[in-house]
Write a protein that binds this ligand. Structure first.
Ligand SMILES: NC(=O)c1ccc[n+]([C@@H]2O[C@H](COP(=O)([O-])OP(=O)(O)OC[C@H]3O[C@@H](n4cnc5c(N)ncnc54)[C@H](OP(=O)(O)O)[C@@H]3O)[C@@H](O)[C@H]2O)c1
Length: 421
């Protein structure tokens, strides 16, 4: 049966969702048939007031994620669900199960790896049989990292006829203006809270957590352990620390892409390794300040990792601290500030013979809340409109394996420019 909507955006009143709304209304196809869904009609009506008469304004659907009937009706009526009402662990399973049942493709920007693992174990095969694409982590983390890696692996195959044995990506954030508002949103805090409360399998510290047990998970873990260290990186001539804000997310996603691609016969090397880090210009202009910022970031992230792997009492104390901050959905950095942070990824790949290849991706706008919104919106449009291709896989997949190489044009539409040196 034909679906009423080509795209449904849920979470449009959130920090990220507002920007995804703007992007779809302004830049989506003029004849896009879409709706925004959420629990608060008043807020959704306010969202419709954004922009001008040239924008393609959607319908409103009332759907509280805690109401199964409303959620199922929302999913049944749409070809693609762009789910930005994170965090995801609380209501996410019902949504994913219903998307598979009603053959609704799905994209989100979550980072709760313990929950994604559970969904893979329970629903990957069913989604694959149904020909549905469920794509978590399709924001700044991890889509551009994952796509850039996949494209480089393919290029190494095409140009050198070799597999790729290692990829390292160094990220930089740049200030492009004077507005400084570095707060994080309620949704991001909620994600951390959910991990503290629900990650009983140690997924936070396990880079093989999105892989099935039939893999050599121990070996993969050993090769891809995240090192929470500060170091001077000769490739970029700068001090680096752990990637922010979520150094635990890209690694498992990209290792899952490697696993899924190898299953389909498109080779990442058997011993493929992935790592990432971040330079510190955003925090200080001079070298001493950058070294200190890298050291602090490494310490903070090492501590977080120890807490995540430590006794429950510590996790519970931090969770209480996060709850006491009392940040409400939709609160976060001011909208004006989001245009003044840009980012750049510099990728360094090593082929099996030791030959090197480099690539870059850069984008204007705040990675987490602006670029993420545009990227997720384009992912939703791709799922709804683009021709199916052989390199796209079904199931609970990753951004690069679900969307395939052709997504690169949409990534560029979203403002992420990619180049190979
Ligand atoms: N991967 C990445 O790079 C990346 C980047 C940024 C954010 N994120 C993730 O994205 C998620 C959202 O972040 P955000 O900053 O946009 O969050 P936010 O500002 O708190 O927005 C949350 C949205 O979810 C809606 N919502 C909450 N509970 C709901 C329910 N029961 N029914 C219907 N709607 C509900 C809220 O609606 P109301 O307005 O009605 O409360 C709001 O629209 C988080 O999980 C965050 O970690 C990921």
């Amino acid at each position: 049966m034909a679906k009423k909507f080509q795209v449904t955006l849920v979470g449009a009143s959130g920090v990220t969702g507002r920007n995804a709304y703007d992007y779809l209304a302004e830049n989506g196809p003029a004849d896009l048939i879409w709706n925004i869904a959420g629990r608060n009609e008043h807020k959704l009506k306010q969202i419709l007031g954004r922009g001008d008469e040239t924008w393609n304004k959607p319908e409103i659907t009332i759907a509280d994620l805690g109401n199964p009937d409303q959620v199922e009706a929302m999913i049944r009526n749409t070809k693609v669900l762009i789910h930005l009402a994170g965090p995801y662990a609380e209501h996410g399973e019902f949504i994913i199960a219903k998307c598979i049942e009603h053959k609704t493709d799905y994209v989100d920007i979550g980072g709760e790896t313990f929950f994604i693992r559970e969904m893979i174990l329970k629903y990957h095969e069913r989604a694959r049989e149904q020909g549905v694409r469920i794509i978590p982590t399709a924001g700044y983390e991890s889509l551009p990292f994952d796509m850039l890696t996949m494209m480089t692996v393919r290029r190494i195959k095409d140009v050198y006829n070799e597999t790729c044995s290692a990829v390292k990506i160094v990220t930089s954030f740049h200030r492009s203006g004077s507005v400084r508002d570095n707060r994080i949103s309620a949704g991001s805090i909620g994600t951390m809270r959910n991990i503290l409360a629900g990650d009983h399998i140690g997924a936070f510290n396990d880079m093989s957590c999105l892989l099935p047990d039939s893999c050599d998970r121990k070996g993969i873990r050993r090769r891809n352990k995240v090192k929470y260290v500060a170091r001077y990186d000769q490739d970029v001539n700068a001090y680096t620390g752990p990637l922010q804000p979520a150094p635990f997310l890209n690694v498992p996603v990209i290792l899952r892409s490697a696993y899924l691609q190898n299953e389909a016969g498109r080779g990442y090397g058997d011993q493929f390794r992935y790592s990432d880090s971040m330079t510190m210009e955003f925090y200080s202009r001079n070298e001493a300040g950058q070294r200190e910022a890298a050291r602090k970031s490494a310490f903070k992230n090492r501590l977080t990792s120890m807490i995540m792997g430590g006794p429950r009492i510590f996790r519970s104390l931090i969770r209480q601290r996060l709850d006491s901050m009392g940040i409400r959905a939709g609160e976060g950095p001011s909208e004006g500030s989001l245009h003044f942070v840009d980012y750049e990824l510099r990728l360094f790949a090593t082929a099996s013979s030791g030959r090197k290849m480099t690539a870059r991706a850069s984008a204007r706008g705040h990675p987490g809340y602006l670029s993420t919104a545009r990227i997720a919106a384009e992912a939703g449009l791709a799922l709804s409109f683009d021709k199916r291709r052989d390199d796209q896989q079904y199931g609970i997949v990753t951004p690069s394996t679900g969307l395939g190489e052709s997504f690169i044009h949409r990534l560029e539409n979203a403002g992420v420019e990619v180049s190979f040196d």
